[in-house]
Design a protein around this ligand. Sequence first.
Ligand code: IFM
Length: 463
Amino acid sequence: MSLRIPEDFTLGAATAAYQIEGAAREGGRTASIWDTFSHTPGRTLDGDTGDVAADHYHRLDTDLDLMAHLGLDAYRFSIAWPRVQPGGHGALNPAGIAFYSRLVDGLLARGIAPVATLYHWDLPQELEDAGGWPQRETAVRFAEYAARTVEVLGDRVAIWTTLNEPWCSAFLGYGSGAHAPGRADGASALAAMHHLNLAHGLAVPEIRRAARNSPQVSTTLNFHVARPADQDADDAARRIDALANRSFTGPILDDRYPDDLVRDTAGVTDWAFVEDHDLALIAQPIDLLGVNYYSTVTVRDSDGRAPRAAADGHRAGAGSPWPGSEHVEFLPQPGPLTDMGWNIAPEALEELLLRLAAEHPGMPLLVTENGAAFRDDPIAGHVLDPERGDYIVSHLAATVRARTAGADVRGYFAWSLLDNFEWGYGYSKRFGIVRVDYDTQERIVKDSGRRYAELIRSRIIPS
Ligand code: IFM
């Protein structure tokens, strides 16, 4: 049976600044932790950096026209903190603001709603040098950056998102060290987690105060759907759910850190970083919860077996992204798998959305990222990528089914509009519905992009 996509359901595509913009040293932009990290030998595959990326900074009009060609209802982008506020404090950089202002105006002129994320991992290097996310002051700096940015762009942006996937910032950045800044210390990762939550909580009222068009305010989490490998593995799944998901939904939506999370991590930290009133500051009302979903994980207690490197779906680093639960083993997933090695399980997205709807009644949801990396090559100017197209169609269908079953899901954003810098994997993984030739910067709409455009046009998902 074909599925009808409701008229008021937003269909968009997403990107992030460091992954596409390039122009790393132009227009007054200073270094972020990802510049430093990617320029450190051995940190990214083949030493790839975001210096040029998809050169979006110089190809803004072309890319805006592509979005219009695809018929996107909305475009989710991130603002590079070191581009608009070099160094992470003080006055804004007019050239940086001019770029995002041009982007927002270009979207509106094409009838595309701007959805802006304030932090997609590019912390100004100066703030890392001062201690980074394990330091409380970084949260204060973020709220100031948010306030100043919304003061200038806050008459035109439809949805503001504070943070993208703070789990990655905290636990890959400071726990495993696979992401910038590349530190590997469980206690620092947990302190970073709390200060990211605090940064969100401090920024939300600033955004509401500074905005002049009553935007929706949100945050975006990358939910881990953790399955127990067998009947003895419930505790392993609970631990991963606590560290990956409830460490953020707990304080943001329920005003508290889960007791089991505090218990599981008691050997790593004493939680002294949580000060009086922090939980009240964090639990600000939000209008939307962003949900990023790609795949599932299957876990059990390792019982002393050697842990499998990066079978949790993330690149291995020197440390563990699971402080206090390092003994949890991630089993290889049965196929089909994407080029990231991630399993394809659209039914888990439907289940996740229904679970979130049940656990947080009244909280509107938005699928802010979903997509797949596959190898693809142009043949006579065409890119045939049936796996990516099927992935997007099946996950969009799962999202619409969840909505029909009662979850208040407001939209779906494909990751990603363009092939881009996939963090530690550099340019080796292609997620785009538009191919980027990194030698010429030519863009080719892939077959998946054409299929997505047709879904947007017809609002029918064929059976
Ligand atoms: O490319 C990333 C993005 O930056 C954050 N979410 C997951 C994507 C694919 O790994």
